[in-house]
Design a protein around this ligand. Structure first.
Ligand code: THU
Length: 131
């Protein structure tokens, strides 16, 4: 599947502009290409109860499911300058669930598969094989 990274980054930048980040002043946007060609996106949404803030990836995954589900094949996350931003540890786990090991990430060091940014991951199959 051909991945238009510039288009994906552009969607992430549009989402970043919608971020609600009055506490960290660190807006984040993310966009994901789904296997059926859809693009889903999200922005971070903070809260006065700081620990309840939602990362941009949470919003994107919610949109993925709401709009029909499917497998993420490529993800671009950006900071307020529109530059590539690495997903935090928790969000790598979210991306693993819906992208798997081959989902490509627009990492700060270049495009990398999820298997490299979350090696030896725990995933849904562990619930089956270790039950
Ligand atoms: N943030 C994200 O939205 N995604 C990440 O992967 C890294 C961190 C947000 C959370 C918080 O609103 C702000 O960035 C500063 O940590």
């Amino acid at each position: 599947m051909n991945i238009d990274w510039e288009d994906l980054r552009a969607h992430a930048r549009v989402a970043m502009k919608k971020a609600y980040a009055p506490y960290s002043h660190f807006p984040v946007g993310v966009a994901g290409l789904v296997s059926d060609g859809r693009i889903v996106s999200g922005c971070n949404v903070e809260n006065a109860s700081y620990g309840l803030g939602l990362c941009a990836e949470c919003g994107m995954i919610s949109e993925l499911i709401r709009s029909g589900g499917g497998q993420l094949v490529a993800v671009a996350c950006v900071d307020q300058h529109g530059n590539a931003l690495m997903p935090c540890g928790r969000c790598r786990q979210l991306l693993w669930e819906h992208g798997g090991p081959d989902c490509l990430i627009d990492a700060t060091s270049g495009v990398l598969p999820m298997s490299e940014i979350l090696p030896d991951a725990f995933g849904p199959e562990d619930l089956q094989t270790r039950n």
